[in-house]
Design a protein around this ligand. Structure first.
Ligand code: FAD
Ligand code: DLZ
Ligand code: SF4
Length: 504
């Protein structure tokens, strides 16, 4: 008889996961399940499916090599969902208890919470200790404050973990945040940037690819070439490669965009962090060892992981299940087809969407200021955009995708996460990228047929939502321009926007 049945989910692929902490090899069994519901609840990018299934299979093999007793269930149509499959396995093994680390997504947690009653077996849900901030700890912080600024949370985490802090609890380098040094445009003749580590698919990955080619042809994106790491060893090599070849310039060019440079100086590590191949504590410690690199790169990178990543998780758990129910601007437009096929004359959108199709990856500023910004100013319904982000990126899990999409870019939460919407006109995109030079639209033109759509949609967005936003002190300049705008100009903006939105 099995003592504990330990369920490991597809994003818990680590020997350090809390559910394995007290495992006894002779008495306990590990269960990993590939199930249709998880594969099909979103139009997951094909590369995301290969990444998760191959990494799960590799992890199961590693566990077996270490003499753990593992039951691994491969997908077929009969493996419907976690609960049905678990029920089936419990009948076979009759475990005394079930153990699982806290699922990262609300939807899955709710499913797990029903197991005890349904199966009549005690179920223990353990804290996910991979994160720096516990869910309760975030709630305590959030409940004690009027506003939930990321910067305050980040400083608290820096102090708690003594990261980039001197003995007097002051930030190393003198400042908490070097954001101001993180906004350089990539110079014209900048040398070619080293690509992330390419991992050749091994036999396990090739088998997943073959199976997916047969079973899941309708999912979004290009399946091949597949180059992601699917083991901890290769993910660690990818981390070393980033530290060696790209970390130095991560800070200065964090907000830059360039045609044909898909990754720039970004780490491309979220895909490994989010499924457990990399541990965020280890990543930060390795980066901190590079004392000779510019502080704006080290601090900038630490801020993303210790600050943003932990903060969005905290927001997610603090506000779910209500978080995704809001629609502050009452945006109702349908997501245009070009989000799926890249067929648009807007060169910036075309580039970011085609790259997403190819790689299941876009860096933060592409997600925020191109595809996200467009969705915001074009008034696309939040649910449709959130579904898109959840599907198309290999690192997309609801706990991290939703606050970034619903909150950060769409401001659909009414300002819980951000202090103002990140709306931007073509001018910003032109300043931070080289997309505009190859575009059929003219970024310098504000109205009419050749005008960059970001220009009139930007003003249309603020005109439309004036009542909801004009009291925001951070938008003072925007609304002072609107107050001085002629009625003719406003009419033109509305007319151009109306015509453009109709074509979508
Ligand atoms: P880098 O730029 O190298 O950053 C280093 C690490 O910091 C990342 O690997 C990531 O773990 C963390 N990080 C950076 N920014 C954020 C952030 N805003 N929130 C959480 N973690 C962050 N990230 C996801 O992991 N999954 C998502 O589904 C996701 N959806 C997003 C949707 C939108 C609309 C936006 C604006 C951002 C989203 N992000 C998401 C955050 C961010 O864009 C990605 O983490 C980042 O692009 C991943 O690439 P990278 O590893 O090269 O990151
Ligand atoms: C995303 C995903 C996919 C595509 N497939 C599986 C799977 O077959 N088995 C599994 O355990 N997890 C999978 N996942 C991840 C889950 O959808 C979900 O994100 C995690 O369970 C965390 O809640
Ligand atoms: Fe994008 Fe406008 Fe520039 Fe074209 S002109 S690339 S649509 S910002």
């Amino acid at each position: 008889m099995v003592r504990n049945l330990i369920v490991i989910l597809g994003d818990q692929l680590s020997f350090e996961i809390s559910s394995l902490e007290k495992i006894q090899k002779n008495d306990d069994k590990i269960l990993m399940m590939e199930v249709s519901n998880e594969i099909e609840y979103a139009n997951h990018h094909k590369k995301k499916l290969v990444l998760i299934l191959s990494a799960m299979r590799h992890f199961a093999d590693e566990l077996k090599k270490n003499e753990f007793d593992v039951t691994y269930v491969e997908f077929d149509k009969s493996k419907e969902n976690f609960t049905k499959e678990l029920e089936h396995q419990c009948k076979k093994f009759n475990p005394k208890s079930i153990k699982i680390t806290h699922p990262s997504e609300y939807r899955v947690l709710k499913e797990v919470e029903k197991w005890e009653k349904l199966l009549d077996i005690p179920v223990t849900i353990l804290e996910d200790t991979r994160f720096f901030c516990k869910i309760d700890e975030f709630a305590e912080w959030a409940n004690s404050r009027k506003d939930l600024k990321m910067e305050n949370f980040y400083q608290k985490m820096r102090k708690k973990y003594k990261i980039l802090i001197d003995e007097k609890e002051k930030p190393i380098g003198g400042k908490w945040n070097y954001d101001i040094k993180n906004r350089k445009r990539l110079p014209k003749n900048h040398p070619k940037i080293p690509l992330p580590l390419i991992c050749k698919p091994d036999k396990i990955t090739q088998r997943v690819i073959t199976q997916l080619k047969k079973e899941f042809t309708k999912h979004f994106g290009d399946l091949e070439p597949f180059w992601f790491a699917t083991t901890k060893k290769d993910a660690l090599e990818s981390l070393d490669d980033f530290i060696k070849n790209r970390l130095e310039f991560f800070g200065p060019y964090e907000d830059a965009m360039k045609e044909k440079e898909k990754f720039l100086y970004h780490s491309v590590l979220s895909i490994y962090l989010n499924i457990g191949l990399l541990n965020p504590h280890d990543v930060i410690q390795k980066v901190l060892q590079k004392k000779d690199l510019p502080i704006e790169s080290i601090e900038g990178f630490v801020r993303q992981i210790l600050g943003w990543r932990e903060y969005v998780r905290g927001i997610y758990w603090h506000y779910m299940p209500k978080y995704n129910q809001t629609n502050f601007f009452n945006a109702k437009n349908k997501i245009p087809n070009f989000y799926w096929n890249g067929e648009t004359k807007m060169n910036c959108m075309k580039n970011c969407i085609n790259q997403t199709k190819e790689e299941a990856y876009a860096h933060h500023i592409q997600r925020l200021m191109i595809t996200g910004n467009f969705a915001l100013i074009a008034g696309i319904e939040p649910k449709q955009i959130c579904d898109w982000y959840l599907s198309v990126y290999a690192d997309a899990f609801e706990w991290v995708e939703l606050p970034n999409t619903h909150g950060m870019i769409l401001y659909a939460d009414g300002g819980i996460l951000g202090s103002k919407p990140y709306a931007a006109s073509g001018n910003y995109i032109n300043k931070m990228s080289d997309y505009c030079k190859n575009c059929e639209y003219d970024v310098k033109v504000k109205n009419g047929k050749n005008a960059c759509p970001f220009n009139y949609l930007y003003w249309n967005f603020f005109l439309k939502n004036q009542k909801k936003l004009e009291k925001n002190p951070r938008l003072w300049t925007v609304f002072s321009t609107i107050r001085n705008m002629s009625e003719d100009k406003k009419k033109q903006i509305r007319s151009d926007s109306g015509k453009f939105l109709k074509t979508m």
